[in-house]
Design a protein around this ligand. Sequence first.
Ligand code: SOE
Length: 389
Amino acid sequence: MKKKLNIAIIGTKFMGKAHSNGWLQASKFFDLPYEPVLKMVCARDTVAAEEFAKNWGYSSVESDWRKAVESKDIDVIAICTPTGLHKEMAVAAAEAGKHIFCEKPCALNYAEASEMADAAEKAGVLHYLNHNYRRVPAIALAKKLISEGKLGEIHHWRGTYLQDWIMDPEFPLIWQLEKSSAGAGPHYDLGSHSVDLARYLVGEVKTVSATFKTFVTERPLPGAGAGTFSSGSAAAEGKGKVEIDDASFMTLEFENGALGSIDTSRFAGGRNNYNYFEVYGSQGSLLFDLERLNELQVYCSNDPEEVRGFKTVPTTMGVHPYVAAWWPPAHIIGYEHTFAHAAKDFVEALAGDMKIEPNLIDGKKIMQVLEAGIISNKEGRRVSVAEVK
Ligand code: SOE
């Protein structure tokens, strides 16, 4: 019999579902050293939590997340709440000796992220920050090719992450648009993914220069049940000021001499979830588009001239990272698989007494880059990442 790994999840929305599905799928498709058990779900809305528990197979429901942290039965705390709650939950989990599986962006700022990383390291618990795209097979392949030197010296990173879901000025001021709960707009929500991938594939960022824009500066206050950060209950009247970015552009200088850019937006009409990047090196280049996540575009400058050019590599074969556990060749996989891959790697890291990446230390470094962007936008100057303390 395998040792059981009891999981408590905090939050039942989009990420609550994605995580729950990831744990279940991981244990069905991979031969894991421990058996993940969906044990407890915590949410203020207990009616929704009861339904969620029934649907996903959790055995208990709590309205207060502290019950999960205090429970002797729980091994892992999965944090799937608004960003502004991450720090308190992660620090409490670490202090109680629980392993941490935390949603991104890590925290509201670098100081909070540092506190989370320090608490987890001090407690010696396993900590993971769910930048799930690292676990798309095509992106894991990109990492392998770069690590093997196939691209030579890296010159450029271009990361773009665009969405369009708040273009209607009547779209309400939900928690993702409130500074107190989200910290920033797409610069954090989407830019954190792009900074994570840039660090993963290229290296540490040295300086940034950023410009932000808020296109709609006032929005209707959300009504009951709209997922507000503060109460989520009473219907509010009137409009509130938008204090976060709707779009951000950032240029990056990497420590290894590469040059990069990251642009994010929630105002890119027609782009629902356009996560795209390009990496250019002295011997080759890579392009990735999340909407075609089973492919990586690869260019090798050493290919014979008559066949040289970008090639579409289908990353759906057993030789590609994670793929052998799923379907026969070319039976494509999707977004939800990245969560199963993260759950698998988390359980294996725990059993092998290893670290997993990205973790809260990466989270702290990502927040440092993003916060340098905030300072740059505010002060109109290029900012050294090391300035953010
Ligand atoms: C925002 O719309 C969002 O859900 C992000 O929060 C996720 O991290 C991203 O993967 C998809 O878009």
